[in-house]
Write a protein that binds this ligand. Structure first.
Ligand code: PMV
Length: 356
């Protein structure tokens, strides 16, 4: 019998409208919709191999070569059992000759080629790669938007990494979560000119996990409620329109406003959460000044770069390809010391928008 094995990889995605807060912690249903760009970069991917075999005694997982415990009832266990359920319902119940893979245990090995848990969305690419690799192993006929319902239950932001280009995660309204899925707003080919410059300020593990940080914010921040009701819905509509119109100036304005509001919400949490550090804030100052000059009428009156920060100090700078060289020289000029960036793959990584 040929071995039942499949390997797939998935890239990270970096949100322009941030997901922060859960309304259901078990199903991972968010308090607001979000929108991200999937990065197509060899440096920032998770690659996962899954194997099903009747001789395996239990489901097992290795992350970067080290075996991790699969906690019963935990997120990993949920994703695996949901995928087995789909295999049974969509393949084995339909075709009696299909091997009963849903009854076998699986062994899963996943590798990240970038620092895990450093605010570089490793859980997003990790759970997306896991879901995609089990979908391939089980030969599921399901489209990425359907698979996103499973990846979401591993790590919320993972649902967006199953699609390429510009991707929205609809918060949805149903208690079942069946409408809380990821959809493509535009493919990479629609706007390939946008690049992401990743400035790794620190690759150490972050202090407050997104799970505990979100919970604290939901419990204590009044600003979060304002953000959910009065800011995010309009921003989702406006940034989608900016993407469809390839309007970088508007895209940048909304992206930076949303990153700043996300970090303000973290500061409004009790006790407060600080994800950015002095270097992160100095990068903001450099980009703000760069844009101030670009916005002068004699310089064209449009923004040339947008920063955004997730749950960590590392900057992601979105910019049209033509500006990337100038931005790199600016950053090097203002941060000449070699140890300002602890970068495992050179000073910067740049990436085009990816196909997922
Ligand atoms: O999916 P999580 O639990 O890793 O949360 C991700 C949260 C942010 O990265 C800060 C925002 C986002 O939308 O990706």
């Amino acid at each position: 019998m040929a071995p039942f094995i499949a390997t797939t990889s998935a890239p990270v995605n970096i949100a322009c409208i941030k997901y922060w807060g859960k309304r259901d912690t078990k199903l991972i249903l968010p308090t607001n919709s979000s929108l991200s760009v999937t990065l197509d970069q060899d440096h920032l991917r998770s690659t996962t191999t899954s194997r099903a075999d009747p001789s395996f005694k239990e489901d097992r997982l290795w992350l970067n070569g080290v075996e991790e415990n699969i906690k019963s009832g935990g997120r990993m266990a949920t994703c695996i059992s949901e995928m087995k359920r789909m295999r049974k319902e969509l393949v084995e119940d339909v075709d009696a000759s299909a091997p009963k893979l849903s009854t076998f245990s699986v062994h899963i090995a996943s590798y990240n080629n970038f620092p895990t848990a450093a605010g570089l969305a490793s859980s997003a690419s990790g759970f997306a790669a896991l879901t995609a690799s089990l979908a391939a192993l089980y030969a599921l006929p399901s489209p990425p938007t359907t698979l996103s319902l499973i990846a979401r239950q591993g790590s919320g932001s993972a649902c967006r990494s199953l699609l390429g280009g510009f991707v929205a995660w609809n918060a949805g309204e149903l208690a079942s979560g069946l409408d809380s899925n990821a959809v493509q707003v535009a493919p990479e080919s629609h706007w390939p000119d946008i690049h992401a410059l990743i400035c790794v300020v620190s690759d150490t593990k972050k202090g407050t996990s997104s799970t505990s940080g979100m919970q604290r914010t939901v419990e204590t921040s009044a600003l979060l409620q304002h953000r959910i009701k009065h800011c995010v819905p309009q921003r989702m509509a406006d940034i989608s329109a900016a993407i469809l119109a390839r309007d970088f100036d508007r895209f940048a304005e909304i992206t930076m406003a949303d990153s700043n509001q996300f970090h303000a919400v973290c500061l409004d949490t009790a006790p407060p959460i600080f994800y950015m550090n002095d270097v992160s804030r100095a990068i903001i100052a450099v980009i703000e000044e760069y844009n101030r000059v670009a916005l002068l009428p004699e310089n064209g009156g449009k923004r040339k770069a947008a920063y955004t920060y997730d749950a960590g100090p590392n900057a992601v700078i979105y910019a049209p390809a033509a500006n990337i060289k100038e931005i790199i020289s600016l950053i090097i000029h203002y941060f000449p010391q070699q140890d300002a960036f602890k970068d495992p793959f050179g000073l910067f990584g740049t990436a085009g928008v990816g196909s997922g």
